[in-house]
Design a binder for this molecule. Sequence first.
Ligand code: ATP
Length: 200
Amino acid sequence: MGERIGVFGGTFDPIHHGHLIAAAELRHALRVDRVLFVPASRPPHKQSAVQASDQDRLAMLRLAIARDEGFQMSMIEYERAGLSYTVDTLAALRDEYPGALLFLFLGEDALRDLPTWHRPEGILSLARLGIATRPRSHLDLDVLYRALPGTRGRIELVPTPSIGISATDLRARVADGRPIRYQTPDAVIDYIRQHGIYRR
Ligand code: ATP
């Protein structure tokens, strides 16, 4: 049987325990052999919100996953010039890992937006979806099935306890001098401090 690979894309500005806990839960629940964290080089919908440099976002991601053998970073969206759509990233990963079963890991919020993404049916033909949900989620799958019929039978929902943490909130906390301790690994916090990232 082919390898099972989880693909977890994001801006990771910065990576935090919400991402890491979700990735760990999804990996376990879906029996995934490894998780590839795929930092976005120029996310089409988020360009202005990115506040740390590419170099800093990558360094923080590297620090955060360094101690987990099952977590790896893929530079695939940096190796291609121009915008990276998820469908293209998955096609490239399918070529890089022939025979592997790909799971696209998404948070519940991202799943709701999926019908508006570039070529969502193409995404579903390349990967199954592993969705981190809130423990008492009110996700309405019928709405999604109507908007995007290809999702039927291709989604695994995995309750994840840490969903309140967000990168937007962490950036605001640093800017305001409020604590971020315990919301992201200490190595990331040290890096943010040492490099003066997200300060006003
Ligand atoms: P921002 O607050 O800037 O939007 P973010 O914290 O949502 O950032 P992203 O890098 O945009 O982080 O998210 C990447 C992926 O991680 C998305 O699929 C998103 O749904 C998921 N995600 C983000 N935060 C959490 C969390 N706390 N728990 C589970 N999944 C999360």
